[in-house]
Design a binder for this molecule. Structure first.
Ligand SMILES: [Zn+2]
Length: 506
């Protein structure tokens, strides 16, 4: 190794860690330390033991560092389920902890972080850029800093300036976290060796798209990803990524972007322009067809083939929503939709059902309690079918083997409508969520999912029809329903007269 700074160390030492959050600024509840502690929070050595051999960014980083015989120096990693604005105090504490650990570990030859790219904290509207800036301040400009980011990142120029390399997931639903973490380390190694430097190109598009049309193996994104892979096959390009943005973060750097790195400035710029043009040219194809909740339930009830999946995207739990929206529930009860099932987050209703006990009948208000965006509570007379601890083991393709707890859970029924009441917000990514309660998914006429795309890991194989309903909410499919204050203008499709070429925009 040519780098003189490494002489006193037998192995290059690379700090790993990060702060990961997809922040829905429209959600009523704020995100505090407890939300990180109850999801993912690991420090020092525990970080290595917890993430080694997992399909996570850190898992991939650790494996790649092992292979290079570099020393991983664990710091802090904190992640919370997508939710509302991160509290100021909580964010400051997490960043300080991360920085203190990096400082204590100096000298380091490199830093590898796992960030989301759509984190927003009270007082830090570009929270990810703030983390990178703080790290830069500590290590200076000579130590390379690489970071991974989520496909839904709202990348900013400030993030790009403060990182040596930013590298994002290439998949949605996300399955390549470990692969991107490992790739970040391989690029970091080139920088540590000191023999090359990367040129970067960053393109921000005035474009906002709903997650519903961002699946990477379907049009329009499949052809964008094909162009991305084509660009990466050029030996002068080190890596290129797209970030489609998270539309539920109301920030000045909202929107889709492309970032590319390589050994030749001109080629890097050409690649970034070409990928950005592919996205921009398909901007008209990102609109998802939706129906009203009333129309969706009517079509589902009339459908000869089942199950019909009703996608209640506005209440997408994985996008930071509460999971207690009543727009679809109300319609199911109104038409007495037989063999329908919906999961609703409502700890109060669980408690009432549990007190009454299995076999009891009672009238209770259900859902609509977390905020004012997802409808009023619905009063229903229900029969309590079962009460349980709500634990299930993932048997599908998402986090296989992982144990999820829905918290205390009650299955109640009203005129054929089965309502699963949970005490924890639980993303519908595995069919065991229903099977553990004795509900066989393929025997249902209607399954309601509070999700955008990732529900396909649970019910994609058995779905005979899929209907996306347009209801109000903090993850509304129709982005014009959201009351933005800070976003840039123009953004297609909110402004239809956006210029034909994104490059004409600043
Ligand atoms: Zn994502």
């Amino acid at each position: 190794m040519s780098n003189s700074k490494m002489s006193s160390w037998s192995k290059p030492r690379v700090a790993i860690g990060g702060i990961w959050h997809e922040t829905n600024t429209f959600a009523a509840d704020h995100t505090g330390y407890e939300e990180f502690a109850s999801y993912q929070l690991a420090r020092d050595r525990e970080l290595i033991s917890k993430y080694r051999s997992t399909n996570t960014e850190l898992g991939g980083m650790i494996q790649a560092l092992d292979q290079l015989d570099f020393e991983p120096v664990p710091t802090l990693f904190a992640a919370a389920v997508p939710s509302g604005l991160i509290e100021h105090q909580c964010f400051c504490q997490l960043v300080d902890e991360l920085i203190e650990r990096i400082q204590a570990a100096l000298p380091l030859q490199g830093i590898a972080l796992a960030l989301h790219g759509a984190a927003v904290a009270d007082g830090f509207y570009d929270a990810d850029a703030h983390v990178l800036e703080r790290v830069r301040e500590v290590v200076g400009n000579d130590v390379p800093v690489v970071s991974t980011f989520d496909y839904h990142a709202n990348l900013s120029a400030r993030m790009v300036e403060n990182a040596s390399i930013l590298i994002g997931y290439d998949t949605y639903p996300h399955t390549d976290m470990a692969a991107r973490g490992a790739e970040a380390i391989k690029l970091l190694e080139q920088l540590i060796s000191g023999e090359i430097r990367f040129h970067s190109a960053f393109r921000k598009l005035p474009l906002l798209t709903s997650p519903l049309k961002q699946q990477t193996d379907e049009l329009p994104m499949s052809q964008v990803m094909q162009e991305l892979r084509h660009c990466e096959s050029n030996p002068d390009i080190a890596c290129a990524s797209v970030a489609m943005g998270f539309p539920y973060s109301d920030v000045a750097h909202l929107g889709a972007s492309v970032v590319a790195y390589g050994y030749d400035s001109e080629q890097v710029n050409t690649a970034a322009d070409s990928i950005a043009a592919h996205i921009w040219n398909s901007r008209h194809d990102f609109q998802e067809h939706t129906v009203s909740a009333e129309e969706g339930i009517r079509q589902a009830v009339d459908s000869p083939d089942f199950p019909v999946i009703i996608v209640e995207a506005a209440d997408n739990i994985g996008g930071g929503s509460a999971g207690d929206g009543t727009g679809v529930l109300r319609e199911l009860l109104k038409v007495k939709a037989a063999r329908s099932v919906i999961v609703v987050y409502d700890p109060e209703a669980v408690e009432l059902a549990e007190k009454a006990g299995a076999g009891a009948k009672l009238s209770i208000p259900i859902g609509g309690k977390s905020d004012k965006h997802h409808g009023e509570p619905v009063n229903a007379t229900v029969a309590v079918k079962s009460v349980s601890d709500g634990e299930f083991v993932h048997k599908g393709s998402y986090m296989t083997g992982y144990i999820t707890s829905m918290g205390r859970t009650s299955l109640v029924e009203s005129d054929g409508v089965q309502i699963v009441l949970t005490s924890k917000r639980t993303m519908p990514f595995d069919a065991e969520q229903l099977r553990c309660l004795g509900i066989e998914p393929d025997q249902q006429k209607i399954i309601v999912v509070k999700a955008a795309i990732a529900w396909k890991a649970a019910y994609g194989d058995i779905a005979k029809r899929v209907l996306v309903v347009d209801t109000p909410g903090v993850c509304a499919a129709d982005l014009s329903r959201l009351n933005y204050r800070k976003r840039p203008i123009p953004l297609y499709p909110l402004e239809q007269d956006t210029h034909d070429s994104f490059q004409e925009n600043p």
